[in-house]
Design a protein around this ligand. Structure first.
Ligand code: HGY
Ligand code: MN
Ligand code: MN
Ligand code: MN
Length: 392
């Protein structure tokens, strides 16, 4: 909690509430510098990778390493725990292991991934996607933020070479097991610590509706081609399409130019859709897209649809989960989650698991996200014992 308190003033968002910390912005870079200092203070060997992620090694980097970590960025106006809890807990777990006099017989590492939320460049888990080749360096570096700065430019300003980015087979080959600790993001956990069993398939889509910009007073209703109308119908279509456990969310709409007395000339709408598996998710998005197209045509508008990111269902490594249960308790519950994580990206390549810490508010991606100090301590103890077990 002291470590989290160290970070408490970094990146507060007075306007939105909570925190706005985004990949390679001033605030996230300050948090990364904090991590580097904390890792070095513990004698860890800090080595940034080629893709904007920072690794801190206990022992020589090598094969069969036991790796833990998370991210330091947030959604716009996010909570204090999503991301930082995993990083802080990793440092605290190292402290616990040092205090126990433990010497790992396998290399141990903490990794901090860049831009997990996609809050600045639009694609979630950018650092882990780059590392695993789930996104190409060209595609990642061309992503832009709201000011038109590309990810490549931001990475370069932070000391990374965009030309060296891309799938990092050496880093992947070094990982024997990856365990990410994270605050639970729903109301799914009624004990302090649990495991994640799976992640819903999920993706992001962008709809650009184009109509005709015009005067809000002088333009008769029958003369309008107002793209806000199909945008509004998309929002309602998303709610109707999300049945049987599927989720569909419109959390961001940007009208251009965005004036109270101006009929927008275009409107961008972002859809986040999630469901049990790929076909079900695609079906939900298709239904919404069909309605968006029909609505655009009814209003004399055009619509362009693009898929911004995608990830299939993730099932965490059952073997690794039972090894973790051997270490921390056979009755540790495992729960599925609708939230995405770098662990979900890594799971396609290396044995991966997640530890969840109870969230009594059931709220996440919002300032009310919370975890009790005692539960966080239980999370650190579980992580330390897990790392000890895996690195012995
Ligand atoms: O959006 C997500 O599920 C994740 O927290 N990036
Ligand atoms: Mn998140
Ligand atoms: Mn997270
Ligand atoms: Mn006027």
């Amino acid at each position: 909690m002291t470590d989290l308190a160290d970070l408490a003033d970094v990146g507060r968002d007075a306007r939105r509430g909570g925190y706005s910390r985004h990949g390679f912005d001033r605030v996230e870079r300050e948090l990364r510098a904090w991590f580097v200092e904390e890792a070095e203070r513990r004698g860890l060997d800090v080595r940034p990778d080629r893709n904007g992620n920072i690794w801190a090694w206990w022992g020589e980097p090598g094969p069969d390493a036991v790796v833990t970590g998370s991210h330091l960025d947030s959604v716009p106006g996010g909570g204090a725990f999503d991301g930082p809890l995993g990083v802080v807990s990793a440092l605290q777990a190292v402290d616990l292991l040092l205090a126990r006099g433990f010497t790992p017989s396998k290399p141990l590492a903490i990794v901090v991934f860049v831009e997990e939320e996609g809050g600045r460049f639009g694609v979630a888990c950018l650092g882990s996607r780059l590392m695993t080749g789930a996104i190409s360096a060209e595609a990642a570096c061309a992503l832009t933020d709201a000011d038109g700065v590309t990810f490549g430019e931001a990475a370069h300003a932070a000391g990374f070479d965009p030309l060296r980015m891309g799938r990092d087979d050496r880093a992947l080959a070094s990982i024997g097991a990856f365990v990410e600790l994270h605050v639970e993001q729903g109301r799914g956990l009624d004990v302090p610590v649990g495991l994640a069993s799976s992640i819903l398939a999920h993706g992001r889509w962008r709809y650009t509706f184009t109509g005709e910009g015009n005067h809000a007073g002088a333009t008769l209703i029958e003369d309008r081609r107002d793209p806000m109308l199909p945008a509004a119908r998309l929002v309602l279509a998303a709610r109707r399409a999300a049945t049987s456990g599927a989720r569909a969310t419109v959390g961001r709409i940007v009208p251009n130019p965005g004036g109270t007395n101006v009929i927008a000339s275009s409107v961008d709408v972002w859809l986040d859709a999630r469901a049990d598996d790929e076909p079900r998710t695609r079906e939900v998005v298709e239904r919404i897209t069909d309605e968006a197209r029909a609505a655009a045509s009814d209003e004399g508008c055009e619509v362009r649809v693009s898929e911004e990111s995608w990830g299939g269902t993730v099932v965490f490594d059952r073997g690794l989960m039972s090894r973790i249960r051997e270490a921390i308790g056979g009755d540790t519950p495992a729960l599925p989650t609708g939230a995405g994580h770098d662990a979900g990206i890594l799971a396609a390549h290396v044995p991966t698991a997640m530890l969840f810490v109870r969230n009594p508010t059931g709220i996440s991606h919002a300032p009310e996200e919370f975890a009790e100090a005692d539960d966080c301590a239980a999370g650190v103890a579980a992580l330390a014992t897990t790392l000890e077990h895996l690195a012995t």
